[in-house]
Design a protein around this ligand. Structure first.
Ligand code: AHR
Length: 566
């Protein structure tokens, strides 16, 4: 099956002019010597790529916080204020923009008050995931982690087990300025008592948290609610909240599990049933790709067949359908006085069975191979390509968990292939996403014969099987600071086929450079003893002839090209 995107491209006026610039040679050469084409249309801007789509997520779960992020102030492991130094350095190296905390399912049984004040006075509590939480790592420690990395805090508020009042109080505790404040009434100026409490706990300056998840997976661990019930709670929680800035807070409503369009449609119908303007920035979407074609949260991270490899990447690619489908559902529901709502894909990644846990107490930790790097590339390309729809996203989860960028145990750590993908995709941050059409023979999914398992911790469902995987996929953007600089990221999923590809950048190419992530074996991965088995290399570039490039993408690779236009 040949993907017909080129036909779509030809219908666009802008695209037509781009093709005219290129001349007829492309098509004649296409027939004989190249395997694929990439047609970039720099004049057709989709939207600005929010840096927040490269966001992160850490939860009180297994070894994510304790031993992953938090080693403690007295630890022999290098740390800043108790936070593992190598984690901070890793986050800085990829300019991590956003960090979501404290869950996940954990959030809906967590009381933020347990995690403030002197550490030795904090209560140990029964917590989600069958854990006892010492509360040593709490709100202040989290905000310090964010400050030390440069990431913005994204707090998930407890909606299942705490009332709206606690949500308001948490916002006020985080954001009220310290010192004497005007009362905007006849009452005399006063100091805000939450701000005073925060200062007594070591932080006089407000945390200025503007992004708030209102609940988590409320269809599952967050309350077993139906959309109408959740909608009523969301309206009540967000109808009024304390705000200390002229910029409104950004609230994220709980969205679907995977591609559950019924949830999204019913939710928005019910949200807008009350005609007041909603305080709503985004709709959370969670989509995990199971390591098994049959069961959710199964399969092995390291041992898989070629068929399983293609099947898993095909299922990961469903993210595009989810993004376009749920965004369309929001548009259908939209009313003139309601806000423009974006998607916040705040949990995504591969989810395998427990076979590669780094230790029994590291619940949900798993290894990560080149297959996961390709999955990450495909996913980030979808977000970039739909920059007008995706406002933020968080990989689940950054360290010692599912689809992590880093695994750490005591004083040992290493970076996974996915870390390299995040680094390679950095030039897209803040860029203008532009239309790019990929034309290559699709790969039939050898396992497309059964419904696809989807779920999270507490809910499973299924989707129709997907028959084809794109033979080449990716996205393109123009630099925010240099209109002559294009970034093109590309995933070639063929296990054994390099793809010789003609790249038409819509204008003459002056030069290009690139970085590639590939390995002789798709099972290749890093570990505590072999930390650099998978690493990036400079891409072998072709010479630019007549403003055109024919570049070869190696098998099973992720590539990032920096193209300078003449
Ligand atoms: O990331 C692990 C879990 O997956 C999260 O706690 C939950 O939101 C989802 O089900």
């Amino acid at each position: 099956m040949k993907i017909t995107r080129r036909a779509a491209l030809k219908t666009s006026a802008l695209a037509a002019s781009a093709l005219a610039m290129r001349g007829p040679r492309l098509f004649s050469q296409a027939a004989t010597s190249v395997d694929a084409h990439i047609d970039i249309v720099p004049g057709e801007i989709i939207g600005t790529i929010s840096p927040e789509i490269y966001g992160h997520f850490i939860e009180h779960l297994g070894g994510v916080i304790y031993d992953g992020v938090w080693v403690g102030r007295d630890s022999k492991i290098a740390n800043t204020g108790g936070v593992r130094q190598s984690f901070l350095d890793m986050m800085k190296s990829i300019k991590a923009p956003l960090l979501r905390w404290p869950g996940g399912c954990f959030a809906d049984s967590y009381d933020w008050r347990d995690g403030i004040g002197p550490a030795d006075k904090r209560p140990a509590r029964a917590a989600f995931w069958g854990q006892t939480d010492s509360n040593e790592y709490g709100l202040h420690e989290f905000v310090h982690t964010c400050k030390a990395t440069g990431a913005k805090p994204y707090l998930a508020a407890n909606m299942r087990s705490l009332p709206a009042r606690d949500f308001y109080d948490e916002i006020e505790y985080c954001n009220a300025p310290s010192g004497v404040l005007p009362t905007h009434s006849h009452s005399k100026p006063v100091a805000n008592s939450f701000a005073a409490q925060r200062a007594a706990n070591g932080d006089p300056e407000p945390f200025n948290v503007d992004l708030w998840g209102v609940g988590n997976e409320s269809w599952g661990c967050g309350g077993n609610l139906v959309p109408e019930e959740y909608s009523a709670m969301f309206r009540r929680f967000t109808a009024w909240t304390p705000n200390f800035s002229s910029t409104p807070l950004r609230f994220v409503a709980v969205g679907p599990n995977g591609n559950d369009l019924d949830w999204t449609r019913r939710l928005f119908k019910s949200l807008y049933a009350n005609a007041e303007r909603r305080h709503l920035f985004g709709l959370s979407v969670h989509y995990y790709t199971s390591g098994s074609a049959k069961d959710f949260a199964a399969g092995d991270a390291l041992q898989f067949t070629n068929d399983e490899f293609y099947d898993m990447l095909t299922r990961a690619s469903i993210m595009e359908k989810i993004v376009t489908g749920h965004y369309a559902a929001i548009q259908e529901a939209s009313a003139a006085n309601q806000p423009k709502v974006k998607l916040v894909v705040d949990e995504w990644g591969a989810w395998y069975g427990s076979g590669t846990r780094i230790g029994p107490e590291y619940n949900l930790s798993q290894q990560s191979t080149m297959r996961d790097a390709l999955l990450a590339g495909i996913t980030l390309d979808i977000f970039q390509k739909h920059a007008d729809k995706v406002g933020a996203a968080c990989v689940a989860q950054t360290i010692n968990c599912l689809h992590s960028l880093m695994l750490a145990k005591d004083d040992q750590y290493f970076f996974t292939p996915t870390y390299h993908v995040f680094k390679m995709y950095m030039p897209h941050m803040n860029g203008q996403s532009v239309r790019a059409e990929f034309s290559a023979t699709a790969i039939p999914n050898p396992m497309a014969n059964a419904p696809i398992p989807v779920g999270g911790n507490s809910y499973t469902g299924s989707l129709d099987p997907e028959k084809y995987l794109s033979g080449l996929s990716g996205s393109a953007s123009i630099s925010a600071t240099n209109p002559k600089l294009l970034t093109l990221t590309v995933v070639n999923p063929h296990l054994d086929r390099p793809l010789t590809t003609e790249i038409n950048a819509g204008a003459a190419i002056a030069s290009y450079t690139g970085t590639v992530l590939a390995a002789p074996d798709i099972h290749a991965h890093n570990d505590f003893t072999q930390r650099d088995t998978v690493k990036t290399a400079a891409a072998a570039t072709a010479s630019v002839t007549g403003g055109r490039v024919v570049h070869t993408f190696p098998p099973a690779s992720v590539t990032s090209l920096e193209i300078t236009l003449a």
